[in-house]
Design a binder for this molecule. Structure first.
Ligand code: PNS
Length: 158
């Protein structure tokens, strides 16, 4: 039984995240999407809201569960008895940060490995910050986020 953790801020979840969740859920028997609670980043959605949005977009994925975590990712991975971490790579610009994160996590807990999935090309430029910026100017975000959460994002800027 292989368990994976896909961690992130998910503020908000995008079609790029959903693409990684769908594909990672095929690699693991169980996939936990871990929402970081205390990020230094100023969040648009509270962590409860982010968890709720993720639950909504993954409701038809039986082996995917949504959990929040505070503190170090390696500690969360240990608590969950996870076999691996999953991170998406959109472009070479992600690589520097991601390799640093993976090496640091592996140094802190050699039992935890990181599996990288390349984001599908059509979502390779999508990010939560880009979605927030477009929505803040009243732009069309329908190509970037799951339909069932689009209105929640629009409402944040009303
Ligand atoms: O979606 P993000 O913001 O790129 O996700 C980053 C995340 C949550 C994976 C990363 O910030 C993280 O793991 N934070 C928890 C604290 C930690 O373990 N940091 C890495 C070792 S210094």
């Amino acid at each position: 039984m292989k368990k994976g953790i896909y961690p992130g801020s998910f503020d908000p979840v995008t079609l790029g995240h959903l693409d990684i969740i769908k594909r990672a859920s095929k690699l693991a028997d169980e996939l936990v999407v871990g929402v970081l609670i205390n990020s230094s980043k100023k969040a648009l959605f509270s962590f409860d809201e982010r968890v709720e949005l993720l639950k909504r977009v993954t409701k038809d994925m039986p082996n995917v569960t949504i959990k929040s975590f505070d503190g170090l990712l390696v500690d969360f991975a240990k608590e969950e008895n996870a076999d691996f971490l999953v991170r998406g790579l959109r472009a070479v610009t992600d690589f520097e940060y991601e390799i640093q994160l993976a090496h640091t996590n592996h140094k802190m807990n050699p039992d935890v490995d990181t599996v990288f999935l390349t984001t599908s090309v059509e979502f390779s430029f999508v990010s939560s910050s880009l979605v927030r910026e477009i929505a803040s100017y009243g732009g069309d975000i329908s190509s970037f986020v799951p339909e069932c959460i689009e209105q929640d994002i629009i409402d944040k800027y009303k």
